[in-house]
Design a protein around this ligand. Structure first.
Ligand SMILES: [Zn+2]
Length: 476
């Protein structure tokens, strides 16, 4: 297999979260009873005329700008013609020659810290199709729900810069995070508001020509994208090694069987006979409008990642915060403590406790201010990290102020040398045989003695002071 290099290009559809559809006033909401969000325009009845949804254009621009695309001065719509039961017009209004945006890129941070840059070829607007229904209809029949017909989509076509199934998954996850930040879609793969097709071919390692492309469809999760591509890379590799030719085709991923299978589908129709949409004029995109849309973009994931790394976080930790905007916002509100300990208290200690209770960071009783105060108590040596975790347990359960909890429970760390020295001597007297072990070179004995002192002080002893006092008493 190492003789071949996979070449993967991703095409992603994102459903835009507008109130109304792309070319009519029907609601674009998901989940209504079948065929209740329809009108003559989205049903393609004779004489109905489309009107472009301004909000959808703004959303497409937001996404394009977040991906560093160049917004066209003038963009046009085209008809993509094909026949399918879920497409009442017999064509889809899309963009072919003059997409709203071309170029751009996204930076994919891998777990090992390296970065893959994936270029974007184009981003265009189009309308969604309806949905075939095979459940809730009489046996042997199929229904069609046109509610989704005409819901605005953007399609993002990437260059074939990806060379492994894992990178394909990471690229898609990175794209999802960027779109999530722009607020133009809820980008849920399982619900179909983010859909991915992949073109995959193999070529002999070290060469640059492209092999025969196979398009893989029907992947419904990030994990299935990686699995489907792993299967396809293995399948094509085995075929090439056996001297077979790869057929240019569309294959569907079967999640249950874990394989791709060849499928004749509508996309294999030779030609979509694209032509300019006669019912819609060209759309002039004034530069002032582009600038106004750009000005409304929030800090984007890449900038946030860089800010976190600059503050001292590892790329991995920064990525955890960036991927989950409410978690990142919570982190940003923690004040007056070093970034690394803030991140660890938040993502390991607090999040671990919330996950165990099935709570979310947006609903917890622990405020960023209270967590900051707790971390300061630990960092300043008022309480040990161990006690800090107990206090956090109480905060997660009942809310409250860490200083008040520490005071009420008398948990302040014992850093008084005289008091601790007494405890240390008592422990040494009570464990003479362990002291013997230590003197005869058994290193583990030291840890046991530290543990005994901590136990005797109910975890309130300052651990580094216990360490130095023990060493002094033992003369080591
Ligand atoms: Zn409509």
């Amino acid at each position: 297999m190492s003789d071949f290099e996979p070449v993967i290009g991703l095409e992603v559809h994102v459903e835009l979260r507008t109130r109304s559809k792309m070319f009519c006033g029907c609601s674009a909401d998901f989940g209504a009873p079948p065929n209740t969000h329809v009108c003559p325009v989205c049903l393609g009845l004779p004489g109905a005329l489309p009107v472009v949804n301004r909000q959808a254009v703004v959303y497409a621009m937001r996404a394009a700008l977040a991906l560093h695309g160049d917004i066209a001065e003038e963009t046009r719509f085209d008809r993509k013609n094909y026949h399918y039961p879920d497409l009442p017009k017999g064509y889809q209004i899309s963009q072919y020659q003059h997409p709203i945006s071309t170029g751009g890129h996204l930076d994919v941070h891998r777990p090992d810290g390296s970065v893959l840059q994936v270029r974007i070829r184009r981003l265009h607007m189009e309308e969604d199709t309806g949905k075939s229904l095979h459940e809730g209809v009489p046996a042997g029949q199929s229904g069609v729900d046109f509610n989704r017909c005409g819901v605005p989509l953007i399609e993002i076509v990437m260059e074939a810069d990806v060379h492994s199934p894992e990178d394909a998954r990471l690229t898609l996850q990175t794209l999802r995070t960027i779109i999530l930040y722009t607020g133009v879609s809820d980008v849920r793969m399982e619900e179909g508001s983010l859909r991915c097709d992949a073109n995959v071919s193999l070529r002999p390692a070290g060469t640059t020509a492209f092999g025969t492309l196979v398009e893989v469809k029907n992947m419904n999760s990030f994990r299935s994208v990686q699995r489907a591509l792993e299967f396809e890379v293995r399948r094509q590799g085995a075929a090439l090694e056996a001297g077979e030719r790869i057929a240019r085709e569309t294959r569907h991923w079967d999640e249950r069987r874990g394989i791709t299978f060849s499928s004749r589908s509508k996309e294999e129709a030779d030609d979509y006979r694209y032509f300019p949409e006669p019912d819609l004029g060209a759309l002039r995109v004034e530069r002032a409008w582009v600038a106004a849309v750009a000005a409304t973009l929030p800090e984007l994931p890449e900038a946030r990642q860089q800010r976190y790394v600059a503050s001292g976080l590892t790329g991995y930790d920064a990525g955890v915060l960036v991927e989950d905007p409410p978690l990142g916002d919570f982190f940003d509100a923690i004040a007056g403590v070093p970034a690394r300990s803030a991140c660890s208290w938040l993502t390991v200690e607090l999040l671990g406790r919330l996950n165990a209770r099935g709570e979310s960071i947006t609903a917890t009783r622990v405020t960023p201010e209270a967590l900051s105060a707790l971390i300061r108590l630990v960092e300043g040596g008022t309480i040990s990290a161990k006690i800090g975790k107990d206090v956090l347990d109480a905060m997660v359960a009942d809310g409250g102020d860490p200083e008040a909890i520490v005071k009420a429970r008398g948990l302040t760390q014992i850093s008084d040398e005289g008091a601790l020295a007494d405890e240390v001597r008592k422990v040494l007297a009570a464990h003479a045989s362990v002291v013997e072990d230590f003197r005869s070179g058994k290193g583990k004995a030291f840890g046991f003695l530290v543990g005994q002192v901590m136990k005797a002080t109910r975890g309130q002893a300052n651990p580094s002071l216990v360490n130095s006092l023990l060493r002094k008493e033992l003369g080591s």
